[in-house]
Write a protein that binds this ligand. Structure first.
Ligand SMILES: CC(=O)SCCNC(=O)CCNC(=O)[C@H](O)C(C)(C)COP(=O)(O)OP(=O)(O)OC[C@H]1O[C@@H](n2cnc3c(N)ncnc32)[C@H](O)[C@@H]1OP(=O)(O)O
Ligand SMILES: CC(C)C(=O)C(=O)O
Length: 518
């Protein structure tokens, strides 16, 4: 298997993301983590660009041991000298010189002829070679450069002593086929091309940075450049974690090894996200919060039977905590039962089906179902006898100048009949409780009422406790819903059911007791 090395430019091209500004300490921390990840080259910054970046490049160079640490530099003497000044104390110093080669950059940006570009490129590499053991040269906007001119520049910088030749697709314009063709062409046409390592550097303007990097690898490059989480100028750079995982997951296809410590990927991603403030979208490949999360019932069922049904790589491979089966509106009974079992609750099929109906009602209203939600759902009815009255629906009319009115529908399970009633009250909760009394035909004394928020956020579950009293007997009822008024109705009906059950039990007990002798 051949080796492809990883060149990380999170600290340079990644920092070129608008709004990102890393301190020297942050750069050092990220560089040390990149070292753990096992990248081969770290581009620490652009030493000539500012005092701050000079200092950061110097600090990273002095701290990191294994990877080559490079500074970016234009093809000008002062940039190269500044890079050497910053990195001369580094364990493994390197420089990355760039000069644009495409017609549009030559004409409008640099105002240089083809010959002047070649002379400047050669001069810069020769100058850098006086100091640096590792010199990379990049043909900026190489992707839009005439192929024959690219070959001429390549020949000149190889002759000048470059160690690595990078052909960037600076503006993310090329297709994978076109990008791979450039490297195949260079390999065929440029004399002594084997003297340099060929390198790929892709941008994601058309969402093809990873695909283009992989196409370059297929065309034989020995180095890929990119950033963690794909951050960078405009739409960003190729995401190194995506390339690494594509190579690892499709090893038999690519036949490439990277030497990376893949388990460090998740940690590196989190650190870069935190320090740059560039948050990783949930659906981002490999490192997004949902990359190993499954929400739909059919997928969850498949995952429970065999993870390979829906996961082509395992979260632990990249250091993610675990696969997550997220309960939501698309979940099915298998995942629901599995989750409850993991939380220590087991039910027979009938109980589970009843709970599942309540769960589905809840998922229609609540985006994510947390463990606390499930506990409330389960414990709402835990240890209860069958319902006499079942809550079905509620409607409220409220205005600050009118009396609140509640209309309510209950199922009377004794004769399988829906009962509808309405009532007014001094407040919405009072109106609900009156309506329930009417619908059940029972009168209760309310002793206590309290609301507790179970979970957090706008769609948090509210849990209501009511205490009812009748004939000296006090019982508590609980109700859970995303709406506290509905939770209140559920709690009251729950307590009514309990009182009726207990009264029934007492009657049975007293009628069974022996009649005292006269
Ligand atoms: C594709 C890339 O990502 S390339 C890297 C881009 N990164 C950065 O630009 C970040 C750091 N840059 C900076 O801090 C500043 O741009 C500096 C300090 C480097 C230069 O600042 P200034 O001297 O004010 O120049 P400014 O940035 O406005 O213009 C760039 C100049 O460099 C020239 N230039 C651009 N690329 C190169 C190059 N590779 N080699 C030589 N000269 C170059 C431009 O033609 C322009 O020259 P001009 O002043 O003669 O017209
Ligand atoms: C400096 C070069 C390699 C660059 O960042 C680009 O072309 O995108």
């Amino acid at each position: 298997m051949r080796r492809v090395q990883f060149f990380d430019t999170t600290l340079r091209d990644g920092e070129q993301s608008p709004g990102v500004n890393l301190s020297a300490e942050e750069k050092v921390a990220i560089a040390l983590q990149l070292e753990k990840l096992g990248v081969h080259v770290i581009e620490a910054g652009f030493a000539a660009s500012s005092q701050g970046d000079f200092h950061s490049v110097k600090k990273v160079g002095e701290t990191v041991r294994q990877p080559v640490v490079v500074s970016l530099a234009r093809a000008v003497e002062k940039d190269i000298d500044a890079a050497w000044e910053a990195l001369k104390g580094a364990e493994s110093p390197g420089i990355h010189i760039f000069l644009a080669t495409s017609p549009i950059h030559r004409k409008y940006k640099l105002n240089l002829t083809k010959d002047q570009v070649m002379e400047r490129a050669e001069f810069a590499v020769r100058h850098a070679k006086k100091y640096f053991p590792h010199v990379e040269f990049s043909t900026e906007d190489g992707g839009r450069t005439e192929k024959d001119f690219l070959c001429q520049v390549a020949a000149r910088v190889i002759q000048a002593g470059a160690d690595v030749l990078n052909i960037p697709d600076t503006v993310g314009f090329l297709t994978p086929q076109e990008y791979g063709d450039i490297f195949r062409h260079l390999k065929e046409e440029v004399p002594r091309i084997e003297k340099v390592k060929l390198s790929a550097h892709c941008h994601d303007d058309l969402g093809m940075a990873t695909a283009n990097s992989l196409a370059a690898i297929e065309a034989g490059v020995e180095q890929v450049e990119g950033t963690i989480n794909g951050i960078g100028e405009r739409a960003g750079n190729a995401a190194l974690e995506e390339i690494a995982m594509a190579l690892a997951t499709r090893e038999s296809h690519y036949q490439v090894e990277t030497g990376l410590n893949l388990k460090e990927i998740a940690k590196t991603s989190r650190m870069v996200s935190k320090m740059t403030g560039m948050f990783v979208p949930g659906n981002k490949a490999v490192v997004g919060a949902n990359a190993f999360a499954h929400e739909s019932g059919i997928h969850q069922d498949g995952m429970l039977k065999n993870a390979a049904t829906y996961e082509i790589m395992r979260p632990e491979t990249v250091g993610q905590t675990d696969t997550r089966l997220v309960l939501g509106k698309h979940s099915g009974r298998h995942a629901f039962r599995d989750k409850l079992a993991a939380m220590g609750y087991t039910f027979d099929d009938q109980q589970l089906n009843q709970l599942f109906v309540r769960f589905k009602e809840l998922t229609d209203r609540k985006k994510t179902i947390e463990d606390d939600d499930l506990v409330s759902l389960v414990e709402e009815r835990l240890g209860d006898e069958d319902e006499i009255f079942g809550f079905d629906a509620i409607q409220l009319s409220y205005g600050n100048h009118s009396m609140p009115t509640a209309s309510l529908r209950l199922m009377d399970h004794r004769d399988n009949r829906m009962v509808e009633e309405a009532a007014c009250g001094s407040g919405s909760v009072d109106a609900i409780f009156h309506a329930i009394d009417r619908a059940t035909g029972e009168t209760m004394e309310l002793v206590d009422y309290k609301i507790v928020s179970v979970t957090h956020g706008k769609d948090a579950l509210g849990e209501v406790y009511v205490k009812l009293k009748r004939n000296g007997m006090e019982v508590q009822g609980r109700g859970v819903s995303t709406d506290v008024l509905e939770a209140s109705a559920r709690a009251y009906v729950h307590a009514v059911n309990r009182i009726l059950h207990r009264e029934g039990a007492q009657r049975t007990k007293s009628s069974a007791e022996p009649v005292p002798a006269p």
